[in-house]
Design a binder for this molecule. Structure first.
Ligand code: LLP
Length: 440
């Protein structure tokens, strides 16, 4: 398995982690705050584990993204990748900022619509959309369906004809570019399951333009997630631009280029690509092609805006090692277990945060060793009841949680200035078996 590219970056200190996240601050009296709300107050009232998101940070990030695209002179439109965090409060906030949505299932499409995102601003991605899902997309008349195979294209054509609809189709091309990211989230190499092989793109576009019920309107690509280098984007977009030219030479109309998502975030404060850099790469590839640019950012928008607040259950010494056992676990945040992901972990109490540090493993109570958030992390002494915030948990956090070990879904809170709202109540235990049926 390929390692994540930032594996050798040294761990930043607690102070460095906080300083790099403008919505977080450490106060002598209140401890760690998000915007103007002490996280300790939320723990007192809602308990832990709890996901907490900063509305201010989310708005600021959305505006920074659209600002960078505008500054580059691009006609570019973000379609937020709903999978990163599908909470209606997050979707509604982004809708108010003007975002569209990138969805990959019936559930995500219905969520996006429930949050009021106009159908015309919805893009449907994914390697396997069922007939029922394609019908829903056509019933809703969403803006764009990204098809990933000839098989899917033909299925969509038949469905559209049966419904007397026209599907606006954007074939997703696999450019065979290695995004240099973790093996499990790389999507743009020829061996990955995603997209239409580059060499088959022109024939497929021609077929799409002949098929009834289908209107091909552009080309899409998405090469992976947590991409920390612009070079793979440059390579992929260069190939897509080449394809747009070739298609137009053959007389096809190409109005849209969908650049996908994938922009990474500095979990470890490591240097990464800037928005201006990404906008520049998009511009360099497409500026003279007169296309509408679509983007599908997920992690970059929401990841840094959230934390998972947890309490220390106990600190245990074993075989000379220290284990800090939290009340949050892999069932809440699975990224460390699943991708060896590194997340900053910061004490919430100001006295805790100032204490002398020593290495410890930060783990959850779930009964397997993969339930480990961090190994050998430099942290102060953290006794029972101490609070910690696991950083950058806004994307692929709550959405990937499970009820493993009969652990209910954690509560969620949205902070906005000095206000905060419980946007998901902690799931009661009885809900865990509410839909189970015991045969007589
Ligand atoms: N568009 C498509 C077609 C995608 O498949 C994805 C993510 C995105 C956009 C958004 O990518 P982003 O901007 O968030 O990188 N669970 C993994 C990440 C899986 C990403 C899947 N596809 C993780 O926790 O790292």
């Amino acid at each position: 398995m390929a390692a994540a590219p930032d594996d050798n970056t040294p761990d930043p200190s607690i102070a460095e982690l906080i300083a790099a996240r403008p919505h977080l601050r450490m106060h002598a009296m209140d401890g760690l705050t998000m915007e103007d709300v002490p996280l300790g107050r939320i723990a007192d009232e809602v308990g832990t584990p709890t996901w907490i998101y900063s509305a201010g940070a989310l708005r600021a990030r959305y505006r920074a993204l659209t600002g960078a695209l505008k500054d580059a002179g691009l006609d570019a439109h973000p379609h937020y990748a709903v999978k990163a965090n599908d909470h209606l409060a997050i979707l509604s906030l982004l809708r108010r900022e003007g975002a569209g949505a990138d969805v990959v299932s019936e559930g995500e499409l219905l969520r996006a619509r429930a949050a009021g995102i106009p159908a015309s601003r919805i893009v449907y991605s994914g390697v396997g959309k069922s007939e029922r899902e394609l019908r829903l997309a056509l019933t809703e008349d969403i803006g764009q369906i990204n098809v990933e195979s000839g098989e899917e294209l033909r299925m969509l054509s038949a469905i559209a004809v049966s419904m007397d609809r026209i599907a606006r189709v954007v074939p997703r091309i696999n450019p065979d570019v290695d995004a240099g990211t973790h093996e499990k989230i790389s999507t743009g190499r020829a061996r990955d399951k995603f997209g239409i092989p580059f060499d088959e793109a022109i024939a497929l576009y021609a077929e799409a333009s002949r098929l009834p019920g289908i209107e091909p309107v552009g080309i899409a690509t998405h090469i992976g997630s947590q991409i920390m280098d612009l070079a793979p984007y440059r390579a992929a977009f260069g190939r897509i631009a080449e394809l747009v030219r070739a298609l137009r030479e053959k007389g096809h109309t190409v109005r849209v280029v969908d650049c996908g998502g994938g922009l990474g975030i500095p979990y470890r404060n490591q240097p990464g690509p800037s928005l201006a850099g990404l906008a520049g790469v998009i511009k360099a590839a497409f500026h003279n092609l007169d296309v509408r640019v679509a983007l599908e950012p997920g992690r970059w928008l929401v990841g840094p805006t959230g934390v998972l607040l947890a309490s220390v259950i106990l600190q245990k010494q074993a075989s000379g090692a220290r284990f800090v056992v939290l009340d949050a676990a892999m069932n809440d945040l699975v990224r460390p277990a699943m991708y060896d992901a590194w997340h900053g972990i910061v004490p919430v109490g100001s006295a805790d945060a100032a204490g002398p540090v020593s290495p410890g493993d930060v783990v959850g109570p779930v009964c397997e060793s993969s339930d480990t958030f961090a190994r050998g992390r430099l942290l102060p002494d953290l006794g029972p009841g101490a609070l910690v915030a696991i950083l950058d948990a806004g994307a692929y956090g709550s959405v990937m949680s499970s009820p493993y070990n009969a652990r209910p879904r954690a509560a969620e809170v949205l902070v906005d200035g000095s206000d905060w709202t419980v946007i998901r109540a902690r799931q009661p235990h009885s809900a865990l078996w509410a839909d189970e049926i015991v045969p007589a």
